[in-house]
Write a protein that binds this ligand. Sequence first.
Ligand SMILES: Cc1cc2nc3c(=O)[nH]c(=O)nc-3n(C[C@H](O)[C@H](O)[C@H](O)COP(=O)(O)OP(=O)(O)OC[C@H]3O[C@@H](n4cnc5c(N)ncnc54)[C@H](O)[C@@H]3O)c2cc1C
Length: 378
Amino acid sequence: MKKIAIIGAGISGLYFANLFKGNPNYQIIIYEKNNSLDLNEGYGIQLSVNSIKLLNKIGFQNFNSQDKFNPNKIDFYSANQNVKICDLNIADFNTIDCKYTTLKRSILIKYLKENLNTEIIKYDHNISKINYTNDLIKLVFQNNISRECDFLIISDGIFSKAKTLITNNLVKPSFNGSIAVRGIINKKDLTGINLDNISLFLGKNFHNVIYPMNEMGEFNYIAILKYHLKFQELKTYEFLNDNSPINKFLGELPYNTKIKKIKYYPVFISNNFYKPFKNNLFLLGDAFFAVPPSFAQGASQSIEGAFELYESIQNNSYCNFYSNRIKRLKIIKNRSKINQFAFHLSSPIMIFLRNFFLKVLTKNKKFLENYLGKVYRN
Ligand SMILES: Cc1cc2nc3c(=O)[nH]c(=O)nc-3n(C[C@H](O)[C@H](O)[C@H](O)COP(=O)(O)OP(=O)(O)OC[C@H]3O[C@@H](n4cnc5c(N)ncnc54)[C@H](O)[C@@H]3O)c2cc1C
């Protein structure tokens, strides 16, 4: 029996462990640094059909339908005039069992956790050393416990400590010049939008997205603001001071007074792909490569990567794992950058042209098949 150790009980690590459930050839252990998983965090996540298809392989089609939502369209609005520009029918990519889905991130984590035996996740295990002896990998944790494994899966998120250990701190994410504002908003506080759809507001140097997360009337709010921060501000969150220009910016966002549980995050993304030199050591999810958020593919790509790695390990064929993954992530990264650029335009002429092209392209089947279908119909 081969031992597989997973560092990090996030979306990619938990989904990967679920795929091996009941497989007598592998023993799976997940090492998580926290003493529990946060199952109360209320923010939302969007999952496109490419990842729903893979989640269905572990039974997600039977998941309680009250706790998720299937939006039909993305409605584009001009943020300052609150005028609808056009809409895009994302349900066109749905099949009977695979529908574009929104839900709370914590609900997805809970679902992935509940499918596993309780002893699989070892809490309070913060990785501190990774050593190799021939084909075995030795892990040492901050609580001085050490363990050996045949395969090591690094899935401890964007600021992966395990990745810094294997790269000697040389490969790091970087700030992408924007701040994410996350929050929750109730159905009763939303007016003038279609509550069955995802509403995308385009403003000068920002965009924000509001979408239903379940059938109980809870909506996720996320704004991405173009905002440059100095190194020091990133560490201390000084940009949130009362006198900071960001407060003026926030005051102008649609529905700003109605949003609850507001949190701010400087957005970090990956710049380089790092392929480990050992063929029994793999990086998954944001630890491998974190894409910019404007294509809403972070979690979906974490799930896709985990499934591809599962198949590679099952078939004993790792040679194409990274090349296929990198090809795919480059497509997502480029589309995310195009989206963010188009969503944040500030010149009136450019905005006029963008809105014109949006109206045309969101109804052009050939374009949509190429731009979205290439990602959604994996
Ligand atoms: C603002 C914003 C909005 C987003 N919206 C969407 C969206 O709508 N749709 C979408 O698909 N994606 C979205 N994403 C991205 C998505 O949340 C991530 O891509 C996804 O969660 C990555 O999963 P992961 O498993 O790689 O890491 P994570 O889910 O971050 O999990 C990492 C786990 O590792 C643990 N860990 C960390 N360090 C250690 C250590 N030293 N030792 C042991 N364990 C450790 C952590 O506690 C955590 O449990 C968004 C991201 C941002 C920033």
